[in-house]
Design a protein around this ligand. Structure first.
Ligand code: AMP
Length: 120
């Protein structure tokens, strides 16, 4: 099952991994879970998360590079599964100033509409 770090007990995404909080799971591997965002910002909005609790993707890559690679591979699998071949955006908000609200590493996979740049 999931590999959790001390202090992860109150983590919402750890609870989703454990099945204690329901989620619309669309993809799962030994090391990752992907589920639909509860407040979608695009026709497709999926969150890909590692089962290992780390506060953000850089921390995950530092602690376990293989797990970070697994997350990125899962992003590709989800994009293919969701038929986002025309293009999609992968976002990882890091830190409060960047609007990170859940401090368990995750990638937003957004697609199904044209994106704008720069992001807000
Ligand atoms: P961030 O703001 O980058 O930390 O992203 C956290 C995301 O988690 C937000 O887009 C929320 O809408 C989403 N979220 C919060 N609670 C849930 C939940 N129970 N199920 C699915 N997505 C959630």
């Amino acid at each position: 099952m999931s590999e959790t770090a001390p202090g992860a007990a109150d983590c919402l995404f750890c609870k989703i991994i454990a099945g204690d909080v329901p989620a619309d799971v669309v993809h799962e591997t030994d090391t990752t879970v992907a589920f639909r965002d509860i407040d979608p910002q695009a026709p497709t909005h999926v969150l890909v998360i590692p089962k290992r609790h780390e506060p953000d993707l850089v921390a995950l890559a530092t602690a376990d590079p293989g797990a970070a690679t697994d997350v990125l591979r899962a992003v590709g699998d989800v994009a293919a599964q969701e038929q986002l071949g025309e293009g999609y955006r992968s976002v990882f908000n890091t830190g409060a100033l960047a609007q990170q609200s859940v401090f368990h590493a995750h990638v937003h996979v957004l697609g199904g509409r044209a994106m704008t740049w720069p992001p807000g």
